[in-house]
Design a protein around this ligand. Structure first.
Ligand SMILES: Cc1ncc(COP(=O)(O)O)c(C=O)c1O
Length: 435
């Protein structure tokens, strides 16, 4: 049995000491929240050398006059530096809204007044999500069980060092965090998940049979009903950082004082979906952001798909559904406020398979490491980086931006700010050492 939580609960203690000091509108502000990150926003910093080299490439490759070609400035939001817990990444924000449910779910009919003892989740062999769930379990004095599926993605299939892939990187971290790690071979149906909301029935029954009270967290925490709230909150955090990092007082046609484009990985989907819903709420409630008295187009969140397994249309439908579910919780009208047009997914950088470290992603990863000293991961943020670099270097941002400001009759916006969401994942790099 794990040790009992201290009287009053660790949640209450943590909530008293940690706050990101965001002001959220009701009813969003009233949704229970359990801080798992530092009591300050994750940092945003410029990527100066990548910015210079891509702006150079952009002008060389595209014959756009400087008047129509704003300067693009690249920034990184370091979600990999957001939490003191292991391998900081995007799952901690999601889990901040799920932990209150974990701590209260003894009240549900399933649990008959018994407190949760064990967090259960699943992922690919080098899943980042499972590490973060295991770390949260440790921090709550709970057990964790992680199911790692051999046949999810191509990482294990294509590695030249199978034994190492199965025990280094995130697998090693899960074990260090005291999770029970079960490697699930292809064809083993003992851990099959038919319904993401229900979880692996046999595993959960087995735990109950041993007197445990399991709590199921779906892969990536995205299909959990509360899974999108963390990144809806993050939208407000980004907007607050814009005020301090970028100039709001625009004179003579400078930048709009906003992160105009935000690039983020799309895997299980609720990071992107949460951002879409959060920015929608923000843009409805914030003071109108203007450039020389003219309304600028809304911030554009672009999801970079990380797996070719399912077609883009499948993901678009799923993101729309997740964004609407989150929208409904935070006070928006899901159907009216979130439209298919809000869902922007780019599938050109998926590579041949999920979890496969392709040469183009590797080149992008090496470029950033060499020029700005920042390391990203091979499965998610590497693909986002590659996609974002393409959008800048090939003039796609300029084209998109010009069309949007042109449609609103705006000219003279000479700077566009682009934010790269660094959602973590470097802890998998060791498992990809031979590639
Ligand atoms: C490092 C990293 N970035 C991005 C993502 C994608 O987030 P989501 O599953 O919410 O789409 C993941 C998912 O596991 C991840 O591990």
């Amino acid at each position: 049995m794990p040790p009992q939580l201290p009287a009053g609960g660790a949640a209450a203690a943590a909530a008293a000491t940690a706050s990101d000091r965001l002001t959220l509108p009701a009813p969003f502000s009233q949704i229970p929240f359990y801080p798992l990150r530092y009591p300050h926003p994750s940092p945003i910093h410029p990527l100066p050398h990548l910015t210079s080299s891509l702006n150079r490439n952009k002008s060389e490759r595209n014959s756009v006059s400087s008047q129509d070609s704003p300067r693009i400035t690249l920034w990184a939001k370091r979600e990999d530096h957001s939490s003191p817990l292991a391998a900081s990444g995007n799952k901690y924000r999601k889990l901040e809204y799920i932990v209150p449910d974990i701590l209260n779910s003894h009240n549900t009919s399933n649990n008959n007044g018994n407190k949760v003892t064990t967090l259960v989740t699943e992922g690919a062999i080098q899943s980042n999500h499972t590490v973060q769930v295991a770390a949260v379990a440790s921090s709550l004095c709970l057990d964790s069980l992680v199911l790692l599926h051999e046949n999810t993605g191509a990482g294990l299939r294509t590695t030249t060092d199978r034994a190492s892939f199965l025990r280094t990187g995130n697998v090693q971290l899960c074990k260090l965090l005291d999770a029970e790690v079960r490697i699930v071979p292809p064809g083993d149906d003992s851990a099959v998940v038919e319904d993401d909301l229900v979880g692996p029935v046999k595993v959960l029954e087995e735990l109950r049979g041993r007197g445990k009270v399991p709590y199921w967290i779906p892969s990536g925490a995205s299909l959990h009903p509360l899974g999108g709230l963390g990144y809806a909150r993050c939208a407000f955090e980004i907007a607050a950082q814009e005020k301090s990092i970028l100039s709001l007082s625009v004179s003579g046609g400078g930048g709009g004082g906003r992160f105009d484009y935000i690039f983020v990985a799309c895997g299980s989907g609720s990071t992107l979906a949460g951002l879409i819903a959060g920015f929608k709420l923000l843009e409805k409630t914030e003071a109108i952001i203007q450039n020389n008295g003219r309304l600028l187009p809304p911030r554009r969140v672009i999801g970079i798909l990380t797996s070719p397994t399912k077609p883009r249309a499948y993901h678009e439908e799923r993101i729309l559904r997740l964004a609407r579910a989150t929208a409904g919780l935070i006070g928006l009208d899901p159907e009216r406020d979130i439209t298919p047009d809000d869902v922007r997914l780019d599938h050109r950088f998926v590579g041949a398979a999920y979890g496969l470290f392709d040469p183009q992603t590797k080149a992008a990863l090496e470029t950033l490491a060499h020029v700005d000293g920042v390391v990203v991961d091979p499965v998610y943020t590497g693909k986002v980086l590659r996609g974002m670099m393409h959008w800048v270097a090939e003039g796609e941002i300029v084209k998109d931006w010009s069309a949007r400001v042109g449609a609103q009759g705006i000219s003279g916006v000479d700077e566009v700010n682009v934010l790269f969401m660094h959602t973590g994942g470097q802890s998998a790099l060791g498992a990809y050492a031979d590639i």
